[in-house]
Design a protein around this ligand. Structure first.
Ligand code: ADP
Ligand code: ASP
Ligand code: MG
Length: 406
């Protein structure tokens, strides 16, 4: 018998009527004879409101209590979904992360899943009961509730699909699939029938938050078959697949953007061995991720300028770390800028085609958009530009690479 995991995101379970609508999708799968595990998010906006409540209790809340609070939106919806299914005559019960349990490490706010005990859920599924699981939450050390990072219900769904050996993991959301670019920004974006794990991973990590990055990583590693589809319409979505399933590889499959960026420049840093370590070591100790980096050649062999990016939320902390370590790093001046965005072109076909970068630089130049930093990998090119050019840059590149819908 086929087994599937169905995940419903925040807008798909935003109120009682939508939960009832989602329950009909579950019923359709049950009627097809499938064993179903359902993963639910909190109602859209609820996690943000819960975060705000914790902040009202004072700055830097205890991570354990923060997770205890912000995980409750999903717990509520798991119970409501089980009730909606029962009302349709479908046997169902809800499961909190700790009841399964989904074990995690103790990094509150962004815990990693370390294992899932599926024995009890297996019994429930085999007995013909739908298992409704609260997404986004797990059980950490010392019996503490943890959460899996924003968008983490995707991760719950993919991890469960892997652990339960499900045939498919359907991610129901408010768009009918993965598009060549965020359809909210690019009206001419096209829906993709298939996208490779690698491309989806790059797109997600570069700002296309239709799937949480870590969920794609897990799906890729465990070969979980994932479909992204609409919870409001009844039609196939986008399948995330291995590269060998894609017959004709696109040179460029998508354009992603991220406004979650900030730039730091250190002027006249001493040009000697160990200096990069003296900058990036303390940042990493403070759990601040550095993304793009450029270092200028030093003209006199004594000092150089260094520019790099961090997440916008980490900027203040990064500036403080670099100020505190100024004597050790030996730079003259520091400047920072929150008004930047990262625009990325992604495609597995780039491996075998030259000239993709050149088209990007030319298109941006023609629109008068200055490139501040560049970084590349095998299947993507990213540039940092002033934030006000985000839409213009994304739409222009979408056209240049022939991605616009007819
Ligand atoms: P959910 O609440 O269901 O988890 P999300 O808001 O996390 O939904 O993800 C869906 C949203 O992702 C869409 O509404 C869309 O604006 C955005 N998005 C960004 N990039 C893309 C893309 N390339 N394709 C489709 N959607 C995208
Ligand atoms: N509710 C959580 C969030 O808003 C998790 C999720 O929706 O996937 O981040
Ligand atoms: Mg999401």
């Amino acid at each position: 018998m086929a087994r599937i995991v169905q995940k419903f995101g925040g807008t798909s379970v935003a109120d009682v009527d939508r939960i009832k609508n989602a329950a009909l999708k579950v019923k359709a799968a049950v009627d097809r004879g499938q064993e179903v595990a359902v993963v639910v998010s909190a109602m859209s906006g609820v996690t943000n409101s819960l975060i705000e409540l914790t902040q009202k209790m004072g700055p830097l809340p205890d991570g354990r209590e923060y997770d205890a609070v912000i995980s409750t939106g999903e717990s509520t919806n798991a119970g409501l979904m089980a009730l909606a299914l029962q009302a349709l005559g479908i046997p169902a019960r809800s499961w909190a992360g700790w009841q399964i349990p989904i074990h995690t490490d103790g990094v509150h706010g962004k815990a990693r899943i370390t294992g899932i005990d599926t024995a009890e859920m297996e019994k429930c599924l085999k007995a013909g009961e739908v298992a409704v699981v609260a997404g986004f939450q797990g059980l950490g050390p010392n019996n503490r509730i943890t959460t899996l990072g924003r968008g983490g219900s995707d991760l719950t769904a993919v991890a469960l699909a892997g652990a339960l050996k499900a045939d498919q993991c359907d991610i129901f959301t408010d768009v009918d699939g993965v598009y060549t670019s965020d359809p909210r920004i690019v009206p001419k974006a096209r829906k993709l029938d298939k996208v490779t794990y690698e491309e989806m991973l790059e797109m997600a990590s570069l700002g296309s938050k239709v799937l949480q990055t870590r969920s794609v990583e897990l799906a890729m590693n465990h070969k979980v078959r994932v479909q992204v589809l609409s919870s409001f319409e009844d039609k196939p979505g986008t399948f995330i697949v291995s590269e060998d399933e894609v017959v004709e590889k696109q040179i460029v499959s998508g354009i992603s953007h991220s406004r979650d960026e900030a730039k730091i420049t250190l002027l006249r840093v001493a040009d000697r061995p160990g200096v990069a370590a003296s900058i990036f070591g303390p940042l990493s100790d403070a759990a601040i991720n550095v993304d793009m980096i450029v270092q200028n050649v030093s003209e006199d062999g004594k000092a150089t300028d260094l520019t790099f990016t961090v997440g916008r939320a980490d900027l203040d902390a990064a500036v403080k770390v670099l100020t505190d370590n100024k004597a050790n790093i030996a730079y003259e001046k520091m400047s920072s800028d929150r008004g930047v965005a990262k625009i990325s072109v992604v495609g597995v076909g780039m491996r075998s085609h030259a000239g993709v970068a050149q088209s990007m630089f030319k298109a941006l130049a023609e629109k008068g958009i200055n490139i501040q930093v560049i970084s590349t990998s095998e299947i993507k090119i990213s540039v940092l530009v002033a934030e006000e050019y985000t839409e213009l840059a994304v739409r222009s590149l979408h056209t240049v690479y022939g991605l616009d819908a007819a």
